[in-house]
Design a binder for this molecule. Structure first.
Ligand code: GAL
Length: 425
């Protein structure tokens, strides 16, 4: 069942369940309560989620934690759909990008405008984030962060032993450095062979090889000529080169175990979003000395990912009150600072003081500003910002099939164009 058909059926089931039980809404005023469905289960992520939990409890709330392991969130999305289908949605859910609009379109999300108006969110959120968390002019989710996808995480000790002075800023230079790291007896790129991780690497290469306009035309507009172009073929050719620098144990490896390989000096580099920095932070590692963060090669590109918490329509004054308390808390300056220090991301809220953030976060903030002004900011497909549902699924499928086969670049671009065309609504 395609994502859209599922959600239409889900929407109907949801409406029925809500009508059937709304009469049962109790008037007793218990403590504000939230059940939070999320997939922040790695070391760094869990610390960040625990921060949100302790702040909510400090505000007098009761937090019911519902973590679903599985990086990239596909396992969590399956749990969410079954919970809504059963007429028992969690009150607060980590979802992103077009998925927020899809759930809002089904009438599944609560209107947060009372909190947003009282707290002045319109002045506190950049336009590209407002676009994600608003539906029909109303706030239906609250953004917790801005993650950058197009990063290289490197171990300076390994680079030094391999005679690599710095992480190169071209793909050819990167592969030449990988050759040196391999010759020195280290794994050049730590990687987890999972579809969303393969797609994460591929989208950074597409941005680097084609630029932001090409990225948006090919993966946003699904322009057939761009998807089948020599530029896209070149991207797959580089993706094949990347695959040659990954160890045989990569298949199925979780992303944070790949990060640990860089941290422990088994591997030289990892291409991954800055939730990987949360792992270094959790291990007490320092940016610039214990690890390096360098954007993947591109012309001032920036691949944006942003996590939000969407509040599903639920019954019970305690749960509705809990949603309002949580939404206000998440957009608070203090929370936006502490959560993002742990998470490896930067605040979604404008104007949070920079002084506690490290050089990687500062670079992300500065590069985001440059990319926003220069038109080189793009939304991630691998992480459900530019695309979600079936179209994103097609991108992940082709990326991982190519990575795990000897498929040619010519065949890959033909398959990508065909699968994305078929996935369109
Ligand atoms: C991303 C999500 C991040 C992190 C990462 C690894 O999609 O936005 O917060 O969880 O997956 O699971």
């Amino acid at each position: 069942m395609s994502f859209m058909r599922t959600s239409a059926f889900v929407g109907a089931a949801f409406a029925v369940s809500l009508m059937a039980t709304s009469a049962l809404t109790t008037v007793a005023h218990a403590e504000p309560t939230v059940e939070v469905l999320h997939y922040w289960t790695s070391g760094g992520e869990a610390k960040a989620a625990a921060e949100l939990k302790s702040e909510f409890e400090a505000a007098g709330g009761k937090w019911v934690d519902s973590p679903v392991a599985g990086g990239g969130g596909d396992a969590q999305a399956t749990v969410l759909r079954s919970r809504v289908l059963a007429g028992d949605p969690p009150s607060a859910v980590q979802i992103k990008g077009p998925n927020i609009a899809d759930w809002a379109e089904q009438g599944a999300l609560a209107d947060l405008n009372s909190v947003a108006d009282a707290e002045g969110w319109d002045k506190l959120l950049p336009p590209q984030i407002q676009k994600i968390v608003k539906y029909d002019g109303k706030y239906v989710a609250v953004p917790v962060n801005i993650h950058r996808v197009d990063w290289i995480w490197a171990n300076p000790e390994v680079l030094k032993k391999a005679g690599v002075d710095s992480v190169p800023n071209t793909w050819d230079g990167l592969f030449a450095a990988a050759d040196k790291i391999k010759a020195a007896g280290f794994i050049p790129f730590a990687h987890g062979g999972q579809d969303w991780q393969d797609a994460t690497v591929l989208e950074t290469i597409i941005l680097g090889v084609g630029g932001a306009d090409f990225f948006n035309k090919a993966l946003g507009d699904l322009d057939e000529a761009s998807l089948k172009s020599d530029t896209m073929k070149k991207a797959f050719t580089y993706f094949r080169k990347f695959q040659g620098y990954v160890d045989d144990g990569a298949s199925g490896r979780d992303w944070n175990l790949a990060t640990a390989m860089v941290m422990n000096g088994k591997a030289g580099m990892q291409i991954m979003g800055d939730w990987a920095k949360g792992e270094f932070f959790a291990a007490g590692k320092k940016a610039g000395t214990d690890f390096l963060c360098v954007p993947t090669p591109s012309e001032h590109g920036y691949i944006l990912n942003s996590d939000s918490i969407a509040m599903f329509k639920v019954k019970g004054d305690d749960k509705v009150e809990g949603q309002k308390v949580l939404a206000k808390l998440i957009m608070g300056e203090k929370f936006q600072e502490i959560f993002n220090l742990y998470k490896g991301s930067i605040p979604a809220r404008i104007g949070v003081p920079r002084d506690k953030f490290d050089s990687c976060a500062i670079k992300s903030m500065d590069d985001l500003d440059t990319a926003s002004k220069g038109g080189t900011l793009v939304g991630s497909v691998a992480h459900e910002i530019l695309q979600a549902g079936a179209v994103r699924g097609a991108f992940l499928d082709v990326a991982t099939e190519f990575f795990n086969s000897s498929m040619s670049a010519d065949d890959a671009v033909a398959k990508l164009a065909e699968e994305m065309e078929n996935a369109k609504d």
